[in-house]
Design a protein around this ligand. Structure first.
Ligand code: ZN
Length: 193
């Protein structure tokens, strides 16, 4: 397991559950690091119980249905209390899924520009197949109404491809031919942070 990926996976978990405590995150992390999460089928995971975290059962089953997670610990004697919260079995599954996603292969191309006004146009038939993320930083704000930006675009897809794109930078139009090369999803995330 890579430290950088774990940090990013935790960051995502925190963003999704900003009101959760440090100890909730810590327990989820312990479950994840102890390798207790196994994928059992589509949208079903089995989480091994950890007595040191108060688990009474050997295993717990987490399911994702209609965008909501359910854990078998909801059905235990503490179920009523627990149902209103997201248990750390579920949090461990989310962490596991975040990690897997960040570790997955993608095909990407990076564009760096400095402009006042900018726009990247991807052919409309590729929408849904190709994703674009960007980070924007102001590098020169001496003209306060027209600050200059450094923009990083990452164009990525789940398959290798070559695409045409149009980049507009301060009124100048450039036709680009982008070859999406193999990398991993977390690299994309790091590039646009
Ligand atoms: Zn649970």
């Amino acid at each position: 397991m890579s430290r950088e990926l774990i940090d990013l996976a935790i960051e995502r978990l925190r963003e999704d559950f900003p009101s959760k405590s440090k100890s909730w995150i810590r327990r989820a992390l312990i479950r994840f690091m102890k390798n207790t999460v196994k994928e059992y089928g589509e949208n079903v995971w089995v989480v091994k119980g950890l007595p040191e975290l108060g688990d009474k059962y050997l295993t717990y089953v987490v399911r994702l249905r209609d965008g909501r997670y359910y854990c078998s610990c909801f059905e235990s004697s503490w179920g009523l209390r627990r149902k209103s919260e997201i248990c750390t079995h579920i949090a461990a599954v989310i962490l596991y899924r975040n990690y897997k996603k960040l570790d997955s292969e993608v095909y990407a191309s990076v564009i760096n520009i400095e402009c006042v006004d900018y726009f990247l146009e991807i052919p409309s038939e590729l929408k849904g197949k190709v994703k674009v993320v960007r980070s924007v930083r102001v590098v020169d704000s001496s003209d306060r109404l027209n600050p200059r930006h450094r923009v990083t675009y990452v164009v990525y897809s789940s398959e290798p491809m070559e695409i045409k794109a149009r980049l507009i930078c301060d009124g100048e139009v450039r036709e680009l031919s982008l070859r999406l090369a193999r990398t991993r999803r977390y690299i994309v995330e790091l590039l646009v942070r």
